[in-house]
Design a protein around this ligand. Structure first.
Ligand SMILES: NC(=O)c1ccc[n+]([C@@H]2O[C@H](COP(=O)([O-])OP(=O)(O)OC[C@H]3O[C@@H](n4cnc5c(N)ncnc54)[C@H](OP(=O)(O)O)[C@@H]3O)[C@@H](O)[C@H]2O)c1
Length: 347
């Protein structure tokens, strides 16, 4: 395993982070524990979860993933060996089961979210507490362009950051991060931290993969200059970049076969076309398409850690092993050629 520094903190996190959002839906608690065991054995010390997991989020399963991670930490006594990241839901009208169906990034909601996560994870401290998505109207979750809403009435970032500052002061949170954010959002958190004497964000968790490199526009510079690295999520574009859906194949039990109505982000015609080209490129170079896609993310200098997801031990082993793969110059030229012709088909 390789490790990198989390922002400007003294924490070293593995460059592969274990994503957990299938735990409690596609993965049983036993299967999830087996994944956590293998990841730890292979040097992964960074675990990402969220209050609303597993996905798709449902009232019946709300908090189940954190409970599964918490039961593993307790059973194995591994709490001090891992850097534990979770997230509070942002503003939403599509989560009827979360805080009266209207979660916000204000004091009352964040306090309730944090207490719930601490309890389910069975810990007295979250190492990285992230805001899952913004409270304001902006472009994320598949929106490439920004459209302004003059009537938007968001919780001010000052208020959200002050609450997070109190969490840090109380010792319940070590570091804070943002997710599904824009360059403006990231710079606003950094600016207010400096002017208000509040904690700095140490990470940005956004989508990043061969089908969506929009992070490179604006945010990559923020990562470098401000030392706030990317925690890249969906590095395989929901599994599509493994090549298993090419030619319309729908493997039984796979995410897209189970939840195709909800998860269409990487299945538009341009994305399917670009995916076919990346898969062919990998095969021509004798490398597995999944490992090529993951090694590409691992190789980006603005990435602190690559948040992988898996539903089987075989997938997990393949994905973790991507850390040992470096892509040849010729392969990188091939990737850039496809990207130039079809940039960000699935933002
Ligand atoms: N902040 C956010 O809003 C946000 C959003 C999404 C994810 N995340 C985080 O990022 C983590 C990873 O996201 P993701 O699950 O979307 O990542 P992903 O890498 O794009 O997709 C992972 C899925 O692809 C399939 N897969 C994985 N490895 C494979 C392989 N080697 N060969 C074939 N299929 C493979 C598996 O699904 P099947 O077996 O079902 O095909 C697996 O669950 C999540 O667990 C979560 O922690 C955060």
């Amino acid at each position: 395993m390789q490790y990198s520094r989390l922002g400007d903190t003294d924490l070293q996190v593995s460059r592969i982070c274990l994503g957990t959002m299938t735990f409690g839906e596609q993965n049983t608690p036993e299967a999830a524990h087996a994944q956590l065991d293998l990841a730890l054995e292979r040097g992964v010390n960074f675990i990402d979860t969220a209050e609303i997991y597993p996905v798709p989020p449902r009232g019946e399963t709300y908090g189940e993933t954190e409970r599964i991670v918490g039961s593993w930490l307790k059973a194995r006594g591994t709490r001090e060996r891992v850097v534990l990241a979770t997230k509070a839901a942002g503003r939403a009208d599509w989560l009827p089961h979360v805080r009266g169906g209207a979660p916000r990034l204000n004091r009352a909601h964040l306090e309730a979210a944090l207490e719930g996560s601490l309890e389910r994870l069975g810990t007295d401290r979250i190492d990285l507490y992230q805001l899952h998505w913004p409270d304001r109207n902006t472009n994320y979750f598949g929106d490439l362009g920004y459209s302004h809403d003059p009537d938007d009435d968001p919780v001010p970032v000052e208020e959200t950051l002050a609450v997070l500052g109190d969490f840090v002061k109380a010792g319940k949170v070590r570091h804070i991060g943002i997710s599904n954010e824009t360059a403006w959002g990231a710079m606003q958190y950094l600016h207010l931290a400096e002017t208000m004497g509040l904690p700095r964000i140490v990470s940005i968790q956004n989508p990043y993969n061969l089908l969506n490199r929009s992070y490179e526009v604006g945010l990559a510079e923020v990562s470098h200059r401000e030392k706030v690295g990317l925690l890249a999520y969906s590095p395989l574009g929901f599994g599509t970049l493994s090549g298993k859906y090419v030619d319309g194949i729908m493997p039984e039990g796979s995410r897209l076969s189970l939840f195709s109505d909800r998860y269409s982000r990487y299945s538009n015609p341009e994305g399917i076309n670009a995916t076919r080209r990346y898969v062919e490129l990998a095969k021509r170079h004798g490398i597995s398409p999944a490992q090529m896609a993951l090694a590409f993310v691992n190789s980006r200098p603005f990435v602190t850690s690559n948040i992988i997801g898996a539903t089987s031990i075989a997938q997990l082993a393949e994905n973790i092993a991507s850390i040992d793969i470096s892509l040849s110059e010729e392969l990188m030229i091939g990737i850039e050629a496809i990207h130039t012709e079809q940039p960000n088909p699935c933002p």
